[in-house]
Design a protein around this ligand. Structure first.
Ligand SMILES: [Mn+2]
Length: 339
């Protein structure tokens, strides 16, 4: 094998997946019924499901590739959520590990309505086997965040990077209540949903996002280099406002200049090995320091929200090369018709 093609979050975008695989040189092989490349391997970063119009097609294509050895995959938070949604919580009779609330139901609707019950069960038993990360020596892949302390906790509980029993899955998926702490739950959250920082722990208020929801926790930009202050690490939209309607970044400049708590600072990626991830719904073209750095590359460019299904073609390089993003035109926003 000469290289790896790391492919971003698909979310049921079957048409875009087929187009991209063909462009990358993957051909459908009648013997294995899978797309395959003569000398490269695909790696999917998870989040195959939910939202898009072609849930079944995407699952068929990707599972066939993984089964035949032409691709590898890591679990996304949507696969993890699908498992938790389907598994009854034996500690809380009548409930599931993920609540069947209106919001969760809507988020999972495409998967539930496009697949028969038998198909759902078939793919859920596959999701269970997906590793939470891949360390392939020269490159690493995880859905949202490469975080060693969390991986150590997971390895302790699971004896490896994947679940092998329902008990393990239940332990990781059951949301702690009130003041309870659950190290395995928090560790899986960090890897699959990314770390967050509590702004109120720095004495700064929450901000309102574009939907008007107050957020006291900001996503951590764990891929950044040379980070020293809250402002450097917290992902806060430029147009976020505070309670009084003032621009958040301007109004709380002083608070945002504070030094970081060790627990937040330890989420930063300081290793030299390139790590690839998805999850973050980036827009337009990959921007240095925001979407990629010399050692990190996000491949989620919002395929299902009118963006592009992006791949990164890794040929053994030790530093990320912007020109290895595919497509790599000036603007990634695709003109592909939606399926
Ligand atoms: Mn995700």
């Amino acid at each position: 094998m000469d290289g790896y093609d790391i492919i971003g979050d698909i979310h049921g975008s079957g048409y875009k997946l087929r187009v991209r695989l063909k462009e990358l040189g993957y051909r459908h092989d009648a013997w294995t019924n899978a797309y395959r490349h003569a000398d490269r391997t695909a790696i999917f970063v998870g989040d195959l499901i939910d939202r898009g119009p072609a849930q079944r097609e995407v699952l068929e294509i990707v599972k066939a590739m993984v089964d035949s050895g032409s691709a590898q995959i890591v679990m996304g938070n949507h696969e993890f959520n699908a498992l938790a949604y389907a598994i009854p919580d034996d500690l809380n009779p009548g409930e599931h590990l993920r609540k069947h609330s209106a919001k969760n139901k809507i988020q999972h609707e495409a998967f539930l309505s496009q697949l028969t019950k038998a198909e759902q069960a078939h793919y859920l038993s596959w999701f269970r086997t997906m590793p939470l990360w891949l360390d392939l020596g020269g490159l690493r892949v995880v859905h949202a965040c490469w975080h060693k302390p969390s991986m150590r906790i997971i390895e302790e509980y699971l004896e490896g990077p994947s679940f092998s029993t329902f008990e393990q899955l239940a332990l990781a998926a059951r949301k702690p209540r009130g003041e309870e702490r659950s190290p395995i739950y928090e560790a899986v959250e960090k890897l699959l949903k990314g770390p967050e920082m509590d702004l109120t722990s720095y004495g700064i208020p929450g901000f309102k996002d574009k939907d008007g929801f107050e957020r006291t926790h900001a996503r951590i930009r764990w891929w950044k280099h040379d980070v020293s202050s809250v402002r450097d690490l917290a992902e806060i939209p430029r147009d976020a406002v505070d309670e009084e309607g003032n621009n958040y970044l301007e109004a709380h400049g002083h608070g945002l200049e504070q030094d970081l708590n060790p627990a937040d600072a330890n989420c930063l990626y300081n290793d030299q090995t390139p790590v690839f991830y998805g999850h973050y719904w980036r827009a337009d073209e990959p921007v240095e320091h925001e979407d990629w750095t010399s050692r990190t590359a996000c491949v989620d460019f919002s395929a299902v929200k009118g963006g592009t299904l992006v791949a990164y073609r890794w040929d053994g390089e030790r530093e990320i090369d912007r020109s290895h993003y595919h497509p790599h035109g000036a603007n990634l926003v695709s003109r592909e018709p939606s399926a």
